[in-house]
Design a protein around this ligand. Structure first.
Ligand SMILES: NC(=O)c1ccc[n+]([C@@H]2O[C@H](COP(=O)([O-])OP(=O)(O)OC[C@H]3O[C@@H](n4cnc5c(N)ncnc54)[C@H](O)[C@@H]3O)[C@@H](O)[C@H]2O)c1
Length: 252
């Protein structure tokens, strides 16, 4: 039997990159998947292609900054498939700017999506799991930037350090309810979020030669494999952990 059979997995940021790969991997491991994102066309395409594999997949337009919308969608999913056992909260954004130039608008945008959105989605999911009295696994998407800082990324770094802190606090508060909470902390992964680096051969080479021992960028699928591991019972004694997936970058 597949390791996520009979489980429902709720995925945010599922239309692209790591969220898309995670939705595909959770479905391949047997879960029913609920795909959510703000990009409708791409979300529909990804959902259809997962359904075409024979897996159960439904989608909703969802902005992780909107508590009422998240609650309404969780309620609807509960009616259809029951309370999700797994939350893979992947949605996120970045702004690259020197600290001295950051506007309030850019600060708020990154913190609202990456940190407040994480609080909103995870609290609604955890409340539903506790109310239904089911064991749960919550996986958040942090970053190596949640453990060490990089230049020109102040709001992003602050948001991801916040996600790591939230992960540890939630792990403590929710352990008594049989809910595990972990984060995955990727290094440099080839998605559109990082296209300014991998579309520039010199920037790519600088990373590969000087910053990544494995001398290559990671793939969304390599991150998704870690999301699925933490979501599954294979990680049954793992909580409050931040799983670094970075080709060795943080060893320097
Ligand atoms: N790519 C990397 O190198 C890398 C490294 C570390 C962490 N991450 C994290 O991984 C996650 C996914 O990033 P990615 O690289 O796949 O980028 P991506 O841009 O390909 O995917 C991000 C997804 O989040 C969605 N999204 C953005 N704002 C949203 C909102 N307000 N509500 C709902 N959905 C929203 C986007 O539409 C998109 O589908 C992010 O949290 C990012 O910070 C990425």
């Amino acid at each position: 039997m597949m390791r996520l059979a009979e489980r429902t997995a709720f995925v945010t940021g599922a239309a692209n990159g790591i969220g898309e790969a995670s939705a595909r991997r959770l479905a391949a491991d047997g879960a029913r998947v609920v795909l959510t994102d703000i990009e409708k066309n791409r979300l529909d395409e990804v959902t259809q292609s997962i359904a075409d594999t024979g897996a159960q997949a439904i989608s909703y337009l969802l902005d992780v900054r909107d508590r009422a919308q998240i609650q309404a969608i969780f309620d609807d999913v509960e009616q259809k498939w029951g309370v999700p056992h797994i939350l893979a909260h992947i949605a996120g954004t970045v702004v690259v700017e020197h600290y001295l130039d950051i506007s309030d608008e850019n600060w708020n945008r990154v913190l609202d999506i990456n940190l407040k959105g994480t609080f909103l989605v995870t609290q609604i999911a955890a409340r539903a799991m506790v109310k239904a009295n089911i064991p749960g696994s919550i996986v958040m998407m942090a970053s190596t930037n949640g453990l060490v800082a990089e230049e020109d990324l102040a709001p992003y770094n602050a948001s991801k350090f916040g996600v790591v802190g939230l992960t540890k606090t939630m792990a403590i508060d929710l352990a008594r309810f049989n809910i595990r909470v972990n984060s995955v902390n990727p290094g440099l992964i080839k998605t559109r979020l990082t296209s300014s680096i991998w579309e520039d051969p010199a920037a790519t080479k600088a990373y590969e030669d000087q910053r990544i021992p494995m001398r290559r960028l990671g793939t969304p699928e390599e991150v998704a494999a870690c999301v699925a591991f933490l979501a599954s019972d294979d990680a049954s004694y793992v909580t409050g952990h931040s799983l670094v997936v970075d080709g060795g970058q943080l060893t320097f």
